[in-house]
Every structure is written in C-alpha cells, then in structure tokens.
Ligand binder design. Sequence first.
Ligand code: G6P
Length: 608
Amino acid sequence: MCGIVGAVAARPVSEILLEGLRRLEYRGYDSAGMAVWNGEAIDRRRATGKVQSLADALAEQPLPGSLGIAHTRWATHGKPEERNAHPHMSGPRLAIVHNGIIENFEVLKRELIGKGFEFTSETDTEVVAHLICDQLNSGVELLDAVRNSVTRLEGAFALGVIEQDHPDRLICARQGSPLVVGVGIGENFIASDQLALLQVTDRFIFLDEGDFACLTTDKIQIWDKDAQPVEREIHQYEHGVSAADKGEFKHYMLKEIYEQPTVVKATMEGRIANGRLLEQAFGAGAGEIFDKVKQVQIVACGTSYHAGLVAKYWIEDLVGIPCLVEVASEFRYRKVVLSEGTLFLSVSQSGETADTLAALREIKDKVLASLTVCNVPGSSLVRESDLSLMTNAGPEIGVASTKAFTTQLVGLLLTTLALGRRHGMTEEKEAEIVAALQTLPEKLEEALAMDADIEAMSAAFAEKHHSLFLGRGPLYPVAMEGALKLKEISYIHAESYPAGELKHGPLALVDKDMPVVTVAPKNGMLDKLKANLQEVQARGGELFVFAGDSDNLQPEEGVHVLQVPDVAPILEAIVYTVPLQLLSYYVAVLKGTDVDQPRNLAKSVTVE
Ligand code: G6P
C-alpha cells in the first residue's frame, strides 16, 4: 500500500531514503515525503505525484542530516494532496511515517482536538503523531510515549518515528503491516520491504506482530507485544541486488515476463530429484500433515486467486479430493463450513496481503494445518503458516503480476504431487509430471519467441474499449488472468468467461468492436471450444486464438491464429499464460500507459 523507509547513520541519509522510496514506489505513488533531523530541527519536504517530484523538491532544497524517515503514499484517508502526504508532524517536535489504516482514528481525533491539537491533514496517521506528542507533553519518556500510543491504535500499522530531543534514535513499531529492520555497520534502517534497503545492507530482521524497536547507529533493541525485550534472528538476503534492477528492458514487467524460464527453474530446484518430489521442501512435519489431508481450501486475492483456481482443476483431477477456492476478502467475513482434514492453502506473492492474512488468522485453529505458497521469505504468511513453499521468483516490481503467477502454478503443481502421493497417485504418474515440469523452462522460452507476432497483433486492441477472454478447463482461470492483465495495465475493459457459458449471455455483446481472445490448447476440449468459436464468428466477432494445434484451427476472415508451442497437457495453463502477458504488455505500450505502475493500483495491498 504505502512504503516507508528510515535511517539512522553517521552519514547523510536523504539519498539513501530517496533511493529506498524509488524501490518502494510499487507500493504506492500518489505522493511522497521525507523528514530529516538537520542538527537543529526536523525539516520536511513533501510533494504530490511520484517519488521523482520529491526528488525534484529535494534537489532545490536539500535535506542534510543523518536521521530521517520517508514515505511513498497510496491514498486511503484523504486525497493525494501535499497536506496529506507523510511524514506527518506534531508541531515541530515529532515526525512519523505510517503504512496501514488506523480504524479508530475518528474517536482519537475528537479526543485530541479536545486537548487543543490542530490537525492539518485528512489522514488517519496524523492522530498517531499527536497521540505521541500528548504523552511527551505530559512528561512521558519517548519510548514509553510511542509504546503507550500504539497500544491505543486499532487497525494495521507499520510506523517510523523521529523526535527532536532524541536525534540519535529511530523508533518503529508494527502490527498488521510489514516492516523490516536493515542491519548495517554503524548505521541501521527500517523499511516496508527489504528491496528498499538493498543498496545499503543485505542483513535483515523481520519484526513480529506487535514488535516495537529502537534503533541507534550501533544498537537495535526490540520488544515484543508484551513489552518484553526480545532477540530476533538476522537473515541474509538471498537474491542478488540485480534482481531488483530493470537491466536492458524498457519495463520491469517485460523483464519479469522474460525471467520466467529462469525463475520456474528456481522454484523446482531442490524440490524434485530422480523423478520424485522432495516433500521436505514444504517444511518440517509436512509428510505427517499431508497424510491426514482430506480436503483443500485455497484462499488468495487477485492474480494469486487465479493460480488457486487452476490448482483446483489439478487437485481434484490428480489427487481426487475436494478443493475449494475463494477470494480472501469474502472468505474472511462469512461463516465457512469446512470438513475435517482441511488443509488451508494460501497463495500470495507478497505474503502480506491483508485479506489473505486475516483469512489465515481467522481459520487457523479450525483446520488441520495451514500451508502457504509464497514468494517472500520471512513474510507474515510464511511465518504464521504451519508449512510453506517458497516460489523463488525473486523480487517482482511490476504491479501487474507475471512471474509470480507462473511460479505459483509450479508451486501448486508440486503441492498437487505431494497430496497425490497420499491418495493413490502412482509413482509413474508422479514421474511423468516431474518429467513434464523439467521441460517447462524450455517451453516457456519457446512461448517467449512468440513476442514479435504478439506485438504485431496488439495493434488490433489499442483502439478497442472492451474485450472477451475465453477458455475451458484449467485454461479458464488462465483466460481470467489474461483479462485481468489487460484491464490492469491498458485500462481496456476485459471480461473472461468459460467458453461454454458464451451462449448464456456474453454472446449478446459480440460484434466487430469486441475482440475475443481464446486459449485453445490441443486437448480433449478442443472440439467443444471450436464450436464456441464458431458461435463468435457467426456474430461477426473478431477472434484471436492462441492455439496448440494450428493445423486444426485455420486463420480466416476475422480469425487470427497464433501457434503456441506444443506442451504436455499438465503444463498448458502455465505456458499459455505467457502470450496473454505479452499481449497485455504490448497493448499497454501502444496505448502509452504507465506499464509498471498502473493508475489506482498497488503491488502489495496490506490494508483492507
Ligand atoms: C494486488 C496486486 C496483484 C496481486 C494481489 C494479491 O492487487 O496488484 O498483482 O495479485 O494484490 O497479492 P499477493 O501478494 O497476495 O499475491
């Protein structure tokens, strides 16, 4: 949602903070700000728009100093205006940055106004600054003032605080929103995401829920939610710094699409050997848990939800047990009835999505066990689930998810194998799927070779306002994902349908202005799908077919056919995703939209 970064050092910190914000811009980018202790006072710059606007403001009026906090915002409370941009201050004394939502801010605000505090923004965050200041005014020491204040907050927060009488301290707290401490040598940092700090350190402490910390240049003190001092482990960052750079590509999204052959390999590495899945990859005790699973409940949001929908086809087909899939924002708020032996399976790129995390917390005690298929080690979902399988996609910066999705599919296929073994899947079948998986990187390379043809095809979409995406079986969720990608980055309305549903409504929309994209692999459903395509053709619709068997599907008037590499049926969902990603990318480029940071969206939705 929002991104925060903070530093306490012996050198100037504003460039470090600015670089941190640039790397966090995927979390929100409608305004940004920075506050630094300049040796005499806390000085602040804020600007609406992207981090670059703040950089311009800082170029004109620099912020010298070695203690500071900074923020890039995705507006929740209050419009994206300068007065609502963080850091927020209480008088000249104290500055804070916040990621999350304070649900009881209105009650607190009334109380603080009653005490004479003046509010200059519409944000929920400003109450926190005044609450702390109120404590300080009544003589409470800084650390206690922050601690007492956060105990009054309901909702989610990651906070960074600096105060003029303690220019050697950076204080932070987290509950429900992500926050890491970056451990330096003679300097220390905080940030919403490790990526923000890779230019200064590769050692990180993941704060637990309710943790509270005080950083100086040479010391990191942490207290848990019961105010007890705790030691938290220092983790070494595993991916190379280059993983977060754009390299030769024009956009992160394109770079991440092209990384897929490499990262799916990384997802399989160490998890399969000799034609078998190594189930230790899921964590200690995985085997015992898998033995008892009788049903799977998948919960996720956005693209990750689509990955879950594909997995439903695999699990029910290959494992033969029921698999339910639901979006987290629905699941968490309704009474769910789960049968005995349910494995709760969350799917998430970030591991911090508020609804998915809340669903896990809600259901944890009512299920057999929880497993997360996740891309961020040390994230909340990983820490709070009984088992986890890391997708190893490396940092994904483009807001529209690409490599995270295909690696999730690989992770979910490995999960299917682990469960299948317990439900009568033969060793031969397992070996056949593992062998297919080993061809995946090469098949993805072949799918990427469709790039130029897809770029040429994208022109047909640039002027359109609506589109339909069709698929059948596990390719239906792939069509859903294709439609989501197009909406997200090109702002073209795209709807997806199981092809068999066409005649029950959407056919009424089909005409020459409604391109219909279809994923049509060479499988048992092809003849059915061809019948659906004829329904479209007969209504004058323009068809774009990604076909596995172009011999059987010929281009003709109004029908464009692009041959997708021939793949093992189990890999179809993964490989057919690539041309759809490329299509949305090239349409967005043609339309000139902001591909990596589409309007109104954020990469990691850590608030409701
Ligand atoms: C946001 C992102 C999507 C992502 C979804 C779920 O909406 O823009 O790309 O699929 O959140 O995020 P998660 O990190 O849980 O996969």
